[in-house]
Write a protein that binds this ligand. Structure first.
Ligand code: AMP
Ligand code: GLY
Length: 437
């Protein structure tokens, strides 16, 4: 095929459907809407901010079941489906869509185990010499307590399955590890806690690296740093993420190349050895320890809110690149370029997040957007009188770009002050690691 023919094939991309309703999906829709050859972007079900962007609309189906969404994709002649969250990926939505003839960006059920089973992911890492913390797995409380007793040190306790970011307890004492084991087997995390991982506690700064994958090859994205804890100073409970920034200066270009060889390529190789054609995002959460980088988790999708910080850095080729990956032919896509600016994302959450977020509060947004400033909605909805109201824990994020992180964070924080809702909470110290560069 000639270069022109290849470009022509990718130009059939006219209608995209994004599955999900969070800030991640809102920012992906925004990034794709920059490509004017795309006629329509549906977000299913989307949120109160979806229709702020040109050619973007919410697609609300009567029931959110797989068959209905697949039928809608066929009726709307969708060329590309992007599945945002981990739950539908782990349930095999991508497989069913592919069986129905749709072109999908997102791994099938088997590949999604990278995130959906920590035990499975750990085994894959060991089989492929990917550096990670030492671990043991157990299927019963007695077995887990036995391992803890033998090891006689506080261990990190992880429910095996998906637990919305709440299944990990980093313990200071053996007693805490014991309690965490009992908690998991008490059914607190449902079937996610049928199995448990006990992990050696490691230390060091955390950073996330990402690759877009077409089953065979990887396209590496800028690294990002997330802030998982609720309170300033990285204190308080774990959340989905209270803010992020990219590119993380902890990883320069040389280090990113090394991490690609050490972690991302062997991960893809490991998946291929299991006959898994992995199409989607490989997200590796790393800890940079004194004995080298180690993987603490894999995710099978874009991070939220890392995605919101990353999307404004994507070049205009982004849509074509995702489409080419979904078709298993990333070599036919134009090279993905990146904006060289620094990007800062601050999440505003509702009162009570993460335990019991309150909803139903009217949101007042007085931000004047420009090409370096975005507001991405997450837990928002539109009421009958067209007011934007809160409907979830992480409500929205303000994202800004600058020549320096100082500039980016100043712009994001000064505009966050122009948003108000009852009980609005945000961390004041997002990006503290880079606020002087
Ligand atoms: P995860 O849900 O796997 O991302 O874990 C949540 C957080 O727990 C991570 O961001 C780390 O801060 C921490 N964590 C996970 N595994 C370990 C470990 N083996 N040692 C120390 N901290 C960990
Ligand atoms: N922000 C962490 C995650 O998306 O898992």
């Amino acid at each position: 095929m000639t270069k022109n023919q290849k470009a022509e094939e990718l130009s059939v991309l006219k209608r995209i459907l994004i599955v999900g309703n969070g800030g991640r999906e809102n920012s992906i829709a925004w990034a794709l809407s920059k490509n004017h050859s795309i006629e329509q972007i549906y977000v299913c079900p989307g949120n109160g901010g979806t229709e702020n962007f040109e050619r973007c609309m919410c697609l609300k189906t009567k029931s959110g079941d797989e068959k209905t969404i697949i039928n809608e994709c066929q009726r709307l002649q969708i060329n590309l489906v992007i599945i945002g969250p981990e739950v539908p990926l782990a349930e095999g939505l991508a497989d069913k869509m592919r069986e129905a003839g749709l072109t999908v960006f997102g791994p099938g059920k088997e590949g999604a185990q990278l995130e959906a089973s920590k035990d499975w992911a750990k085994a894959l890492m060991i089989e492929n010499n990917i550096p990670t913390a030492k671990y043991w797995s157990a299927k019963s409380k007695e077995e887990a307590l036995g391992i803890l007793q033998r090891f006689n040190q506080p261990l990190v306790i992880k429910a095996d399955g998906l637990a919305a970011g709440k299944g990990v307890t980093v313990c200071e004492t053996i007693e805490q590890s014991r309690e965490a084991i009992k908690d998991v087997f008490s059914g607190k995390f449902g079937s996610a806690g049928n199995k448990i991982i006990l992990e050696e506690k490691i230390e060091g700064p955390e950073v996330s690296i990402f690759a877009l994958c077409d089953g065979e090859k990887l396209i590496i994205l800028p690294p990002a740093q997330d802030h998982k804890r609720l309170l300033d100073g990285d204190k308080g409970p774990n959340t989905g993420g209270m803010g992020a920034y990219a590119p993380a200066p902890l990883i320069n270009e040389k280090a990113l190349n090394e991490l690609t060889e050490l972690i991302l390529k062997p991960t893809l190789q490991g998946l291929k050895k299991k006959n898994i054609k992995y199409v989607g995002v490989i997200y590796a959460g790393l800890m940079l320890t004194s004995s080298g980088p180690k993987v603490i988790e894999f995710n099978c999708r874009f991070g939220d809110p890392e995605c919101q910080a990353l999307m404004p850095l994507m070049g205009k080729e982004f849509a074509s690149v995702l489409f080419a990956c979904a078709r298993g032919e990333s070599e036919n896509a134009p090279k993905l370029t990146f904006n060289t600016k620094r990007s800062a994302c601050i999440v505003a959450a509702s009162k009570g997040y993460p335990e019991s977020p309150q909803g139903g509060d009217k949101i007042n947004i007085k931000v004047e957007l420009n090409s370096s400033l975005q507001v991405f909605h997450a837990g928002t909805t539109v009421d009958k009188s067209d007011n934007i109201i809160t409907s979830g824990g992480r409500v929205l994020s303000v994202v800004a770009q600058g020549e320096s992180f100082v500039e980016a964070f100043n712009l994001a924080y000064s505009n966050l002050k122009k948003i108000k809702f009852n009980g609005m909470y945000y961390r004041r110290d997002i990006g503290y690691q880079v606020r002087n560069i």
